[in-house]
Design a protein around this ligand. Structure first.
Ligand code: ADP
Ligand code: MG
Length: 238
């Protein structure tokens, strides 16, 4: 279980500042939904937590430990993207074992771990298939499976369901909720779907133009939006 603390975080690409003084923390096991219009900086923030983008200024701490200059592989964070990025020539089993293989985990342990996670996600019958032989929902499950076998400290999701049709999106939403309840890992979940955020999150971070507008429980965000932007974006009554 891990905590996340982000203080006075800024990010510039050249002269353009895309994240402005972000302060955000997550308790151990918390599910934070990060929402806001396209281009507001959600993916950039997630990439900085994962270590895929450098920090311009400010601090990112995991379990109190400063990770600003730590390589992605040392952060022990799993990221699931919108595009599933499964290796097309590898079977589902190989896709799931690849990360463990790279870390030198013994084959028997890899297999045990794959069986466990596959059972949890109900993808056991798919283990020998290639990604091309899977539906969108199945591919998404495999992508999550691949993140889970690494038993990371923290999960980052970047709009994982936005490529799926409405029915499947709702189904997967409850799968993700169940999964979070089962493993209890600290999660930051980017979505542009307000309902997804409301149903999944313990707290919601609403961003606009690189500025964190409000960070609060779904109920507080809905009942007491901090400003007109939050009220409008989250569809609150005010
Ligand atoms: P979101 O995920 O909320 O849609 P992004 O984090 O992808 O937003 O982008 C935030 C802003 O940063 C956008 O204006 C985008 O064009 C810009 N941006 C993102 N990545 C880069 C980059 N590598 N170089 C320059 N600008 C970038
Ligand atoms: Mg994005």
């Amino acid at each position: 279980m891990s905590t996340l603390e982000i203080s006075d975080l800024r990010k510039s690409f050249g002269a353009v500042e895309v994240l402005k003084n972000i302060n955000l923390s997550a308790r151990s096991g918390e599910f934070v939904a990060l929402v806001g219009p396209s281009g507001c900086g959600k993916s950039t923030l997630l990439s900085m937590i994962a270590g895929l983008e450098s920090v311009t200024s400010g601090e990112i701490r995991i379990d109190g430990h400063l990770v600003n200059d730590e390589a992605p592989k040392d952060r022990d964070i799993a990221m699931v993207f919108q595009s599933y990025a499964l290796y097309p020539t590898m079977s589902v089993r190989q896709n799931m074992s690849f990360g463990m293989e790279c870390r030198g985990i013994p084959k028997a342990e890899q297999d045990r771990e794959i069986e466990r996670v596959a059972a949890m996600l109900q993808i056991t019958p798919l283990l020998n298939r290639k990604p091309g032989q899977l539906s969108g929902g199945q591919r998404q499950r495999v992508a999550m499976g691949r993140a889970l076998v690494r038993d990371p400290k923290m999960f980052l999701f970047d709009e994982p369901l936005s490529n799926l049709d409405a029915k499947l999106r709702i189904e997967m939403r409850s799968e993700i909720k169940k999964l979070h309840q089962a493993v209890g890992k600290t999660t930051v979940y980017v979505t542009h779907d307000q309902i997804e955020a409301m149903t999944l999150a313990t707290r919601i971070a609403v961003m606009n133009k690189g500025i964190l507008q409000q960070y609060d429980t779904p109920d507080e965000i809905y009942r007491r939006p901090a400003n007109m932007f939050v009220a409008g974006f989250m569809g609150s009554p005010t």
